[in-house]
Design a protein around this ligand. Structure first.
Ligand code: SF4
Length: 307
């Protein structure tokens, strides 16, 4: 039945599995702890059972979801996020697992080592929200890490998982952000080289501490900063996507595009376009990557027998 639903929708079957709800972090700009309450985690046994059923029903990509997904703690055993990742990776079947959104403070060596150990099941992609590259602004945001701690973690991640792709969220124009603070963010972007950046101009949320912070910076200045940052992000995206050129990537085929090509995702969450038959939708195939752009790569299908 689920297989036919895949054929009807002509899209890969995905499952989003909520592992935590709420958040205890109280970042000064965020409303989530007020609207969703304190963090709670679901038992590991029920998460593993749900994913096992999903895989049996044809799901090919699991996304573990939580406001602060990697602060997961099993309420039954006290097991932490790396142990959950390992338990998921040991489920039989051909599938990929991603997770959103981790908090940098909870990204640790054990988590990255598990990702490296089970590369066939755990995607080499980490969404690693920076928010600001200035330690002064990070403190005002109550993000609980400094610029150097963030960069140290990036170094640790890239040492253990050299092929990893990192994406991020960045807020421009947080109250008190000077041009120097902004340039520090740009500097961190250059050092890390994100493949995707979701960037926004800060906007106040009721009830949050940041909403009462004075901010003399004009909107036009913030817009200019955002525009330049987004151009910069496109350059690093192109650089990151170009890493795949000439390589053979295992990709999960998602759907057919209006122009007739297939679109797939790589383990690093890069969109890959190539020519192929509809039957490949929902399967893993190998693609030789020929060229990169700022938003995707283009390749050709590599026949399985010649891999
Ligand atoms: Fe929690 Fe994320 Fe909101 Fe911070 S930004 S309070 S980590 S949900």
């Amino acid at each position: 039945e689920l297989l036919s639903s895949r054929n009807i929708s002509k899209e890969v079957l995905r499952s989003f599995v909520k592992i935590t709800s709420g958040c205890n972090n109280y970042c000064s700009y965020c409303i989530v702890p007020f609207t969703r309450g304190q963090e709670t985690s679901h038992p590991m046994t029920s998460i593993v059972k749900k994913i096992t059923e999903d895989i049996a029903n044809g799901v090919k990509e699991i996304t573990l979801v939580g406001q602060n997904v990697n602060s997961y703690t099993d309420p039954e055993t006290g097991g932490r996020f790396p142990e959950l990742l390992e338990a998921v990776a040991q489920i039989k079947g051909e599938f990929w697992t991603r997770f959103v959104s981790p908090h940098p403070k909870d990204v640790n060596r054990q988590m990255v080592e598990v990702m490296a150990k089970y590369k066939d099941k755990l995607c080499s992609w980490i969404h690693f929200p920076l928010q600001s590259g200035s330690t002064k602004i990070l403190e005002l945001m109550k993000r609980t890490y400094t610029q150097s701690e963030y960069l140290e973690k990036v170094k640790m991640i890239r040492t253990i998982l050299p092929d990893v792709f990192l994406s991020s969220d960045i807020i421009v124009g947080f109250p008190g952000e000077t041009n120097e603070d902004y340039l520090e963010t740009r500097d961190v972007m250059e050092k890390v080289s994100f493949s995707i950046v979701y960037s926004f101009i800060y906007s106040p949320r009721r009830y949050t501490p940041a909403a009462t912070m004075g901010d003399p910076c004009p909107l036009a200045v913030k817009q200019d900063r955002l525009e330049k940052l987004q151009l910069h992000a496109k350059e690093t995206a192109f650089k990151e996507n170009s890493r795949l050129v000439g390589k053979i990537e295992r990709v999960l085929v998602e759907k057919k595009m209006p122009d007739g090509r297939l679109v797939a995702k790589s383990t690093g969450n890069v969109r890959v376009f190539f020519e192929g038959l509809d039957e490949l939708i929902g399967t893993f195939v190998n693609v030789r990557v020929l060229e990169a752009s700022r938003s995707s790569v283009v390749g050709v299908l590599k026949p399985a027998e010649s891999c």
